[in-house]
Design a protein around this ligand. Structure first.
Ligand code: GCU
Length: 335
């Protein structure tokens, strides 16, 4: 607990330094420019970091260079949960965060943490493009002073450890790191293992020191974090397809002129399209990287037995009316 407090304050101090030095600037030709800082936990060349940069280029272009977007990748401004707080308090302007950070505020988001909710990534894409339920879900974060600017894909999550995970028998008694959400704790319990929730940056050491036996993530994160060095079996359990979001401080967004809001919306939409495009293109490269580095890819996983084991969790969560509404909307877009 003590360690957590120290890391929060360090990240906040760094963020405040960034914000104090980063509010306003003047361009070479003497124009005033507002600088917005964006926290991303991913590496410099990850599709989400690239998409935020693209957002910045477009937003700046559409507003005649009155805004400049500075991207801070690599968890430089702290774990996602802390960067969300920094956005809420206006210490930084924007961040990219995972669903688990939002589901603790708004119940409807819990739906996306249900294992095997979407049939595949296309189903997820269709849902986020078409669902009429999303507007009222997304606006619910605004009372917590952050607004969802864009939804990003974060692919499909698979489990990895220093042994293959082909089904329930392999998972029995294993300690698996998950993102910080009660739903993931329940999911691992249904699957016969135990979840150890912690932030992204802590996972390498946790696996290396044996605090956990493995973790679960998409190919990009498995590759970029080098977790394959200490957990070389990547098993296609395909248990989660959870979105990420680009968020902005709500007061700041509301303070924009109608014209700048339109520019912001256009830049966000185009950044989302770019992120999906990059994701599709780069996943195979990330997979090849880990194979070249010696990881073993396990394809013959009994996914159906995993699906059956988490059914009670679907039943439990859909008793919550807010979850049920989104769940039904997701199922309407099923394959
Ligand atoms: C992925 C995902 C992040 C998430 C991270 C994690 O990288 O894109 O939003 O926080 O996994 O497992 O913590």
């Amino acid at each position: 607990m003590k360690k957590l407090k120290v890391s929060i304050s360090l990240a906040c101090i760094l963020a405040m330094i960034v914000s104090l030095t980063g509010c306003a600037a003047t361009t070479a030709d003497g124009k005033k420019q507002e600088v917005w800082n964006v926290a991303v936990i991913q590496t410099e060349d990850h599709p989400q970091t690239m998409a935020v940069k693209k957002f910045g280029e477009i937003f700046s272009e559409l507003t005649d260079g009155r805004y400049k977007i500075e991207v801070y990748p690599n968890e430089l401004l702290g774990p996602q949960r802390e960067t969300l707080e920094q956005v809420q308090y206006g210490i930084i302007e924007m961040a990219v965060i995972g669903n688990a950070n939002i589901s603790s505020f708004v119940d409807g988001f819990l739906t996306f943490e249900m294992p095997f909710l979407f049939d595949d990534e296309d189903h997820q894409k269709r849902f986020f493009e078409n669902s009429t339920e999303l507007n009222s879900l997304f606006t619910q974060t605004e009372k917590y002073n952050f607004k969802i600017a864009s939804q990003f894909t974060a692919g499909t999550r698979n489990m990895y450890a220093n042994k293959a995970i082909k089904g329930l028998a392999d998972l029995k008694g294993m300690k698996i790191r998950t993102a910080e959400s009660d739903t993931y704790i329940k999911m691992m319990k249904c699957l016969g293992g135990a979840a150890t929730p912690m932030s992204f940056g802590e996972v390498f050491t946790a696996i290396q020191s044996g605090v956990v036996d493995g973790a679960e993530n998409n190919e990009a994160s498995y590759s970029n974090t080098k977790h394959y060095e200490i957990a070389p079996y990547y098993s296609y359990t395909k248990h989660l397809i959870v979105p990420d979001y680009m968020i902005v401080n709500n007061d700041l967004y509301n303070s924009l002129s109608e014209e700048d809001k339109a520019a912001f919306e256009e830049a966000s939409t185009r950044a989302r399209e770019y992120e999906y495009e990059l994701w599709q293109k780069e996943t195979a490269t990330y997979l090849q990287n880990v194979i070249d580095a010696g990881a073993k890819i396990v394809e013959d996983v009994d996914v159906n037995s995993l699906k059956a084991a988490v059914q009670p969790l679907h039943e439990e969560l859909t008793k919550n009316e807010a979850v049920k509404v989104i769940y039904d909307a997701v199922k309407k877009e099923a394959n």
